[in-house]
Design a protein. Sequence first.
Lengths: 127, 127
Amino acid sequence: MTQSNSPDPDQAMMVVRPGKWTLIVVRLLREETLRFNELKRYANGVSQKMLTTTLRELERDGFVTRTVFATIPPRVDYTLTALGQELLELADSWRVFAARNRAQVELARQRFDASVGQPAIRLIHSA
Amino acid sequence: MTQSNSPDPDQAMMVVRPGKWTLIVVRLLREETLRFNELKRYANGVSQKMLTTTLRELERDGFVTRTVFATIPPRVDYTLTALGQELLELADSWRVFAARNRAQVELARQRFDASVGQPAIRLIHSA
DNA sequence: CCGCATCCATTTTGATACTG
DNA sequence: CAGTATCAAAATGGATGCGG
């Protein structure tokens, strides 16, 4: 070993383990304040519950601010904080990585599934 | 909206959603080939099941190579591929982000838990 | 409109025992 | 040593109904 191993694997590594929607939401807030339902629309397929959960976590960790307007109907705005901007950069890094390597990863998967994944007796669930 | 929203949120965003140990393992393989039990030792607290799962996934996606030696006792080496090196950079980005902002995030959490966690008017549905 | 609560299904993670 | 199998527990995700 030439490097030091992480003494506290989970927390030390990521501070937070991003949920399924975390980075997506952060990227949607890139340069605009968005309302709850706007986020819900733009993030494709998120449930109300998960969006709420995601936003709460982001707020709790100081990545977004939540502004409530006591109007009728109510309105809640979400904005990235300075800290959130940094998380955004990370999110972009992932996005770039994904975009650049998706094809290669999927190829690797096909190869793997075709060889190792191949049980002695193949599943025959289709024509 | 000034940006386009992701049409395929999950896959498009990350290609893979890293498991709890994925980035840790990748970082351990930074510049050395490691054996299964070495990884198990250096990653703090991983079960052999999760390590196996993590390594299988990394292998499947083309991030690590798995080399089996038919010796007694058996020996299996894991190494980063070129693609894995790129994932390593991403892992390092997370690590740096975490290291630099952990304190701030934890402070934000304390503040949040101290205020929001306590509703102005406590719910009264119990004694 | 925002979002919490509840119930339920699925996924993920982990502890433990066993095998070549 | 390097796994697999099994079982149990916990986290996550979704559907629906209620409430300010």
